[in-house]
Design a protein around this ligand. Structure first.
Ligand code: NAD
Length: 475
């Protein structure tokens, strides 16, 4: 069985205290690797390495840093098959999805920030004959990046790429449920020519090493993606030490279908926004709100498409959905389906665990629930969607805004004015009109309300990982 190691100061190292946790393969339900359960001693080593590397990395020319990050992107592409296989085994997602989305997007993240840093510049304000002000955007130093399990390398790289591009040194922790691709990344950074200590990767439990990274006085900024409850702890801890903090948290996203939409396209894309990656994408639309006049037709077509979905072995190209990430998560998803029934919901499709081995769950569609019930208010983060009817645009907006979350929203309409009107009225950081999950990395990304603070993506991320310093010169 494979035993992975931390990556500290350019070396793969065993955890100092010798503690490990089992890593279970969701597709089989069996342990397939052991991962370090790192402690403060490992963190001290990583911090030391990062501090030593900081002057080297931050003083390296932007051009050279950019070349190293481009090379890393090349290496991810060259190793696509190995990385995708590992991602799929680790997470339970179909291999074809890891190959088509997760790994290519990880390489795009490095490539994007390798280019962005070259084009990034600060501003100067010239008061003719009197003074010149310019703003220097300095790297922060050592920063902590903590990521979740649903899109492992993709989200891990999305954090560390801008941090590194800006000249910071990073202490990163992937989810303990999906550490394998982050582990493989270590050696690729070395091959790309990244100096030792610039990127340090520690594995282990959130409450242990994750919390320690947030608490350590040397980490000057924390970029965190994960659940809202964890985000609250991370936010409080980081703010107490006046650290910069970015929190990308949970969602309960509405998918609003107006009667004037292209119904075929709306059904097709709603299938994807409901069940891609087993519904384990923070941006999945879990509440489908349908205008009353097309409710029955939408429902019939949607259920028809559900019946075509195959839930099975992540290695099988015919599987549309693979396994959920863990047994505990599967039980959580199932408990919400049971709750939905208690709350008066009718399960129109799915609602059952499938296959004896592994953590497989059917795509599940529920109707008949009030918008304020727990099923419609709390994040399930699995292949479960609810359908409900609305009579007017105002009602759709009110229901869309009725949760404490505000991550993303999808709107289906052919009325241009309505598209703008509803987009502006919905409290979500990301709005998709007649599409879903289409991403331009130049745009800022993030949620409103309990879905987070700060923004990732584009120059917003480069700014987050820098400290603006104003220099004023009298003429
Ligand atoms: P989680 O909050 O349980 O864990 C996220 C990461 O935080 C893991 O690496 C974990 O080990 C670590 N962690 C746990 N406790 C910690 C602590 N006290 N201090 C520091 N780190 C700690 O989330 P998860 O179950 O891994 O991921 C699912 C959640 O992530 C969902 O709520 C989903 O919506 C959210 N998510 C959000 C986005 C986004 O961009 N907004 C993207 C993906 C996932």
């Amino acid at each position: 069985m494979q035993k992975i190691q931390n990556f500290i100061n350019g070396e793969y190292l065993d955890p100092i205290k010798g503690q490990y946790i089992d890593n279970v393969e969701p597709g089989t339900g069996k342990v397939f690797a052991q991962i370090p359960n790192s402690t403060e001693e490992d963190l001290e080593n990583a911090v030391e390495a990062a501090k030593v590397a900081f002057p080297v990395w931050s003083n390296m020319s932007v051009d050279k840093r950019s070349k190293i990050l481009h090379k890393l992107a090349d290496l991810i592409e060259e190793n696509l098959d190995d990385l995708a296989l590992m991602e799929s085994r680790d997470n339970g997602k179909p291999l074809w999805l890891a190959k088509a989305v997760d790994i290519p997007r990880a390489s795009t993240n490095f490539r994007f920030y390798a280019s962005a840093i070259i084009n990034f510049s600060s501003e100067a304000q010239v008061s003719e004959g009197f003074m010149v002000n310019y703003t220097r955007l300095a790297p922060i130093g050592v920063v902590g990046c903590i990521s979740p399990w649903n899109l492992p390398l993709y989200l891990f790289s999305w954090k560390i790429a801008p941090a590194l591009a800006m000249g910071n040194c990073v202490i990163a922790k992937p989810s303990e449920l999906t550490p394998m691709t982050a582990f493989l990344l270590g050696k690729l950074t070395k091959e790309a020519g990244m100096p030792d200590g610039v990127l340090n990767i520690l594995h282990g439990e959130g409450k242990g090493i994750g919390q320690a990274i947030v608490e350590h006085e040397a980490t000057n900024a924390i970029s965190f993606t994960g659940g809202t409850a964890t985000g609250k702890i991370v936010g409080v801890t980081a703010s107490q030490q006046f650290k910069k903090v970015s929190l990308e948290l949970g969602g309960k996203n509405p998918n609003i279908i107006f009667a004037d939409c292209d119904l075929e396209e709306a059904v097709k894309t709603s299938m994807k926004s409901s069940f891609t990656n087993q519904g384990e994408i923070c941006l999945c639309g879990s509440r489908i709100l349908i205008e009353e006049s097309i409710y029955d037709e939408f429902k019939e077509r949607f259920l028809g498409e559900c019946s075509k979905l195959v839930v099975g072995d992540p290695m099988d190209p015919k599987s549309n959905l693979g396994a959920l990430v863990s047994e505990a998560h599967l039980n959580k998803v199932d408990s919400y389906v049971q709750l939905a029934k208690e709350e008066g919901g009718v399960v129109l499709y799915g609602g059952e665990r499938v296959h004896k081995e592994g953590f497989y769950y059917q795509p599940t569609v529920i109707e008949g629930l009030d918008e304020n019930c727990r099923t419609n208010q709390e994040e399930i983060f699995g292949p479960v969607v609810t359908l409900s009817k609305f009579k007017s645009e105002d009602e759709a907006i009110n229901v869309a805004n009725s949760t404490r979350y505000g991550l993303s929203c999808t709107i289906w309409t052919s009325n241009l004015k309505r598209a703008h009107r509803v987009s502006h009225a919905v409290q979500s950081g990301i709005i998709w009109v007649n599409c879903w999950l289409v991403r331009d990395l130049r745009t800022p990304f993030g949620g409103m309300k309990d879905s987070g603070i700060g923004r990732e993506g584009g120059n917003a991320a480069l700014k987050f990982f820098s400290e603006p310093q104003n220099v004023c010169i009298k003429l």
